[in-house]
Design a protein around this ligand. Structure first.
Ligand SMILES: [Zn+2]
Length: 117
């Protein structure tokens, strides 16, 4: 919060996640609590805090914007930590790529007033 003017997070629902095989990860991470605390701290510090629809952010290539056949798809691909975009050849760390897409969505919302869902 001190080092950034805006923080964007995906709208992953810890409640929904807790009903899947990834329940332990979602609950261990305390995702709902983290978001609540971030929101509170950002509000207090005058930092923009926004949730964006994170659908397809792990699959979309943050370089070319395509959703290539080579990108990780579904819960079964959670172990796929790195992938290569077969459209533009970019090599992605799964989490960094998703974070870049979430950041781009956040910037888009600030610029265009894009709705959350
Ligand atoms: Zn690409």
């Amino acid at each position: 919060v001190d080092a950034n003017a805006a923080i964007f997070v995906g709208n992953v629902s810890s409640k929904t996640m807790s009903q899947t095989r990834n329940a332990k990860s979602a609950l261990d991470a305390g995702w709902g609590l983290l978001k609540a605390m971030l929101s509170y701290k950002c509000n207090h510090a005058g930092v923009v805090f926004e949730e964006v629809n994170e659908a397809f952010t792990p699959q979309r290539c943050s370089c070319c914007g395509n959703i290539p056949a080579s990108s990780p798809k579904g819960m079964g691909a959670l172990g796929m930590r790195e992938w290569v975009c077969d459209q533009c050849g970019s090599v992605h760390d799964r989490d960094v790529n998703a974070a870049r897409n979430i950041l781009a969505l956040g910037h888009g919302r600030l610029a265009g007033g894009m709705p959350v869902l």
